[in-house]
Design a protein around this ligand. Sequence first.
Ligand SMILES: NC(=O)c1ccc[n+]([C@@H]2O[C@H](COP(=O)([O-])OP(=O)(O)OC[C@H]3O[C@@H](n4cnc5c(N)ncnc54)[C@H](O)[C@@H]3O)[C@@H](O)[C@H]2O)c1
Length: 263
Amino acid sequence: MSLENKVAIITGASRGIGFAVAKRFVMDGAKVVLADVDDEAGQAAADDLKSLGDIMYIHCNVAERLDVRNMVAETLNAYGDIDILVNNAGIVVGADFLELEEDDFDRVLSINLKGAFLCSQAVARHMVEKVEGGGEPGTIINMSSVNSVIAIPNQIPYCVSKGGMSQLTKTTALALAKYGIRVNAIGPGSIMTEMLASVNSDPAARNRILSRTPMLRIGEPSEIAGVAAFLASSDASYVTGQTIMADGGRMPLNYTVEVPADQ
Ligand SMILES: NC(=O)c1ccc[n+]([C@@H]2O[C@H](COP(=O)([O-])OP(=O)(O)OC[C@H]3O[C@@H](n4cnc5c(N)ncnc54)[C@H](O)[C@@H]3O)[C@@H](O)[C@H]2O)c1
């Protein structure tokens, strides 16, 4: 198994993409920490996966430095190491540009972007210490978005946070390259999770998404987990500073595609 004996922390892993990554990693042999603010769902997720391998839930608001420090300490206490960090926790707040509240702008940026910085820095300190002691370098994966490049007019802080995630990925990759620590990002297109739940009950919204998705379907969380498994594995040993778009063909598309009536 490609992640045998590795220890992975995945933030925002109580549900959605983070949960799918956790499931894939534990199936690939990793010991996995699910970190989230939704303790009930997080504990239930850990219980759900525990028959597959070593897995535990830790409460962590990624925007809070002390929570992050505790998450790292608790992981080291339980599993003795951290090889992989997936910065996946993220929220959206939709608002018209002229109405957007300052608090909402700050909240999205502090979870989606500052949270990834805090977790990366805390985990990288451990990873660097390990390399300097003769150990194996670890790897960091940031959950970005196609919205790191293209934009939605009523998702201002979200798009700004993901644009920042792209630069955070590059700067962290450059800073840690000399230790052999790789840092990459995944840019999902539209993936069927609670973040996209409104689309299920809104045919016009679904049609809008499909018209911008040449593969004419919404992605599954497991399809993002597959990319994370590749980036975490030694198969990606010479890949760093990249954002891999997993978007059904959205990024290369100008204009729209025709959506057949039966889609
Ligand atoms: N679903 C999509 O279409 C899509 C597309 C592109 C990018 N993404 C990105 O993928 C990631 C996961 O998205 P998802 O669709 O699974 O979302 P989701 O809403 O289903 O899950 C997000 C998880 O993050 C947790 N979370 C929220 N705030 C947190 C905090 N402060 N600290 C720790 N955990 C916190 C939530 O409790 C939840 O478990 C996000 O970064 C999102 O931006 C999703």
